[in-house]
Structure formats: C-alpha cells, structure tokens
Design a protein around this ligand. Structure first.
Ligand code: NAD
Length: 244
C-alpha cells in the first residue's frame, strides 16, 4: 500500500520509550530510513529535553508533541488511554503492544478503530502468529482433550496471565477447547508460551520461546510502516505478515 506521505519519512512517535520495549523500538526505528522519530514520550519529565535532535516529553505533555503519522506504544495500562486518545485526536495510526488493558480499554480500542488504522497485538512475533494457527487447528481436531497454557516471563512483568497467553487461549476457546492457565515469573525470561493438549495416554506440546525482545520491536516497527495509508480499522499482526 502506498504511503500518504510517499516522499517523506513516516513521522513516528514512540510512547513508553524508556522501558525495555521502548528502548528496543527506539534503537531499531533510528536506523530505519522509512521513519523519522519526531518525539519520545516517557512517564516522568525527561532529564534531557533533546537527544540526537529528537525531543523528549513527559506523559503529561502528550498534547504538545509534534505532528506524527503513527505512534508505537509499549507502556502500561494506565498510560494507554492517553496515547489512544491522542492518536484519534490527530487522526494518526497506532501500533500498541501494551498488555493488561481492561474491558473498557478494549472497547475504546474497538471504537477508535472506526476512526484510525491500528494494530494492537499481545505479541508482535512472527512465530507466535503461526502458533495461533497451530493452536486453532489442534483445538478443533482434538475435541475433549485438556488444554493448558503455561507462560513464563521475567520477574518484572506485572500482568498475568500474559496478554499472549490470553490471546492464544481465546483462539483455542473459539475452536472448542476450554483452556486453563498457569504463569511463572522467573529471572530474565523474555517470554515462553507452552500450549499443551492432553488426551488419554498422549500429549501434544506446542511451545514458542522468545530469546530476544528485538523480535517484538521489529514486528511493531514493521506494523507501523504497514499501516501507512490504510483506511481506519483494527488490523491483526497476521494481516501485516503477507508483506514480510
Ligand atoms: P517496562 O516496565 O520496561 O516499560 C514500561 C514503560 O512505560 C516505562 O518506560 C514507563 O516509564 C512507561 N510509562 C508508564 N506510564 C507512562 C505514561 N503515563 N506515559 C508514557 N509512558 C509511561 O515494560 P516493557 O517490558 O517495556 O513492556 C511494556 C509493555 O509492553 C507491557 O505491557 C508488556 O507486557 C508489553 N509487551 C508487549 C510485547 C508485544 O509483543 N506485544 C512484548 C513485550 C512486552
């Protein structure tokens, strides 16, 4: 799809920029010629106002950020409403990987998608997009088998079960399974998801292990470029994969 701004880089705002994911997005987008980073937003007032020519903002200053075409958001649920509202106000696209959002925030996301193009994904990795399809197939073909989802993450992760576990569970449920969840928080695990189907005397284990969070940041940056020029709507990560 051609970009509305074909002859200039895509103006990118990075929200939640000092976190583990935000830093990875900054590093990857900074070397991607398709983008110009026009602003960086983090929770607190930044110590440095401009770094490498890029202005930094506190969350409270969001209304004052320069014009942008797309925002990439990896923050926390309490920060989500702010960036969603700002994207709608500016008619800018949104790529968000913030997990732990509640039902009201999901409804707001759905309603925003009638005004702006957006991708919200609990997991931006290619492998997990494929895992969804495998889970749907297994759940549909193995009626009556137990379905268990075990997710493991680093000790700093706040929400549990992970957004990815819940999305995988929803896929299993839509195909007839009744998933149960277990969460482990240990050390520096980037992210592991095991979906296990257990029958009488046999078991299938589908597992995805992320060893580098750059895969999520690259996926989000890819989705941000893919959204340019798209009509308003809520797109899935899988929709963007045909262009990889
Ligand atoms: P983190 O705790 O390292 O970073 C969170 C960042 O959000 C911090 O920099 C914090 O300052 C910032 N923040 C908090 N309140 C804010 C506000 N009001 N305005 C702006 N920024 C604010 O967490 P992380 O590991 O970087 O993960 C961030 C989010 O992304 C979490 O929800 C996590 O579950 C999710 N995540 C998603 C994927 C995916 O592929 N979808 C992958 C990894 C992590």
């Amino acid at each position: 799809m051609t970009s509305a701004a074909e002859h200039r880089p895509i103006r990118l705002l990075i929200h939640g920029a000092n976190g583990r994911m935000g830093r990875a997005v900054r590093r990857i987008a900074a070397t991607d010629a398709r983008f110009e980073i026009v602003g960086i937003v983090s929770r607190a007032t930044p110590e440095m106002r401009v770094v490498d020519g890029i202005p930094f903002f506190a969350a409270s200053e969001l209304p004052a950020v320069p014009e942008f075409d797309v925002a990439i958001d990896f923050s926390l649920p309490e920060a989500f409403d702010g960036i969603l509202g700002e994207c709608v106000k500016r008619a800018a696209a949104l790529v968000s990987g913030t997990t732990g959002i509640d039902d009201a925030q999901r409804a707001a996301l759905e309603s925003a998608s009638s005004k702006i193009p957006l991708v919200w994904a609990s997991n931006f990795s290619l492998g997990v997009a494929l895992l969804h399809q495998l889970v749907e197939t297994a759940a549909a073909r193995l009626p009556g088998w137990d379905c268990d989802i075990v997710e493991s993450h680093h000790v700093h992760k706040k929400d549990a079960p992970s957004g990815t576990a819940l999305t995988l569970g929803a896929a299993a449920e839509a195909s007839g399974a009744k998933p149960h969840y277990a969460s482990l928080r240990a050390g520096d695990i980037v992210g592991e998801h095991l979906v296990q189907f257990t029958g009488q005397g046999e078991r299938i284990e589908l597992i995805h292990r992320a060893t580098d969070r750059d895969i999520f940041a690259r996926g989000a940056v890819h989705a941000a470029a893919w959204l340019q020029g798209r009509p308003a709507g809520r797109y899935k990560m899988a929709d963007t994969l045909s262009d990889l």
